[in-house]
Design a protein around this ligand. Structure first.
Ligand SMILES: Nc1nc2c(ncn2[C@@H]2O[C@H](COP(=O)(O)OP(=O)(O)OP(=O)(O)O)[C@@H](O)[C@H]2O)c(=O)[nH]1
Ligand SMILES: [Mg+2]
Length: 225
C-alpha cells in the first residue's frame, strides 16, 4: 500500500514533476479536421474518408513536457454541436481548448472558430476572478492551401481581438505541427492553471496527494496568462 505522504514534505520539494489530467476541448467548424488531428496525434494515422463525429468523442494522450509527463483528456466536439444546447455540458471542468479552422475554407471556418471561442468564453470561467481558459487557434489542412501574408495578418488580428493564445498552421494529413499543437496547448494550460490556482493539487492516487507551487508563468511573452 502506498504510504500517504505528508503535506509539508511535498511543499518542501518544489521541483517535483507535476502529474495532472488536463481536459482539453477540440472544437471548430464541421469538416475542418478535428478528429483527424486527434487521431494523428494519438494513433499516428490519417483516414481520408472519416465519418462526421456524432455528439462528442474522447481520447487520452500523454504529452512529455519539461515539468514531466502530462495526461490530456481530449474532448472532440462535433462541429454540428455549436448552438445545440449541449456544449455547456461538454465544457464542464475544461482546462484548455484548441479551436480549429480550415485553410481550404478559411473565411467561413474562421468565422465559426470565433463563434466557438465566444461559446467557450461565455460558459467556462475559472478561478476566483472567473478567467477564460487558454485557447489556441489551429488552421488545419495547410497541405491543401499555403497561407498568404494577408492570411497570416488576419490570423494575428483574430488572435488579438478574440484572446487566443496564438495560432498554428497544421495538417493532419501531412503530419505538420500536430504534436506541436498539443504541446502548445499543454504549455499554455499548465501555465494558466499554475497562475490561476497558485498551487497545484494533484490527486495522483486516492491515497496520495502531491502539492507543488510555482510562482511565474513559464511562457513568454505573448501568453495572455
Ligand atoms: N487534405 C487534408 N484533409 C484533411 C485534413 N484533416 C482532415 N482532413 C479531411 O477532412 C475531412 C473531415 O475531417 P474530420 O477529421 O472528420 O473533421 P471534423 O472536424 O472532425 O468534422 P466533424 O466531426 O463533422 O465536426 C475528412 O475527409 C478528412 O480526411 C488535412 O490536414 N488535410
Ligand atoms: Mg469529427
Amino acid at each position: 500500500m502506498t504510504k500517504k505522504p505528508s503535506k509539508s514534505k511535498f511543499l518542501s520539494q518544489p521541483t517535483q514533476p507535476h502529474r495532472l489530467i488536463l481536459k482539453i476541448l477540440v472544437v471548430g467548424a464541421q469538416y475542418c479536421g478535428k478528429t483527424s488531428l486527434i487521431r494523428r496525434c494519438v494513433h499516428d494515422v490519417f483516414n481520408p474518408t472519416l465519418k462526421a463525429t456524432l455528439g462528442v468523442d474522447f481520447a487520452a494522450k500523454q504529452v512529455e513536457r519539461k515539468g514531466g509527463s502530462q495526461t490530456l483528456h481530449v474532448w472532440d466536439v462535433a462541429g454540428l454541436e455549436l448552438g445545440s444546447g449541449m456544449t455547456r455540458a461538454y465544457y464542464h471542468s475544461a482546462n484548455g481548448a484548441m479551436v480549429v479552422c480550415d485553410a481550404d475554407n478559411l473565411d467561413e471556418s474562421l468565422r465559426q472558430a470565433i463563434l466557438w471561442k465566444a461559446d467557450i468564453d461565455s460558459k467556462v470561467l475559472v478561478g476566483p476572478n472567473e478567467e477564460r481558459i487558454p485557447c489556441i487557434l489551429l488552421v488545419n489542412k495547410c497541405d491543401l492551401k499555403p497561407l498568404t501574408k494577408s492570411h497570416e495578418e488576419l490570423l494575428d488580428t483574430t488572435c488579438r481581438d478574440h484572446n487566443f493564445c496564438g495560432w498554428l498552421a497544421t495538417s493532419a494529413k501531412a503530419n505538420i505541427n500536430v504534436v506541436e499543437a498539443f504541446e502548445m496547448i499543454t504549455d499554455h494550460t499548465l501555465a494558466f492553471m499554475i497562475r490561476v490556482n497558485g498551487m497545484i493539487v494533484t490527486l495522483a492516487k486516492r491515497n496520495s496527494v502531491t502539492l507543488d507551487r510555482l510562482d511565474q508563468c513559464p511562457l513568454q511573452p505573448r501568453c495572455p496568462c
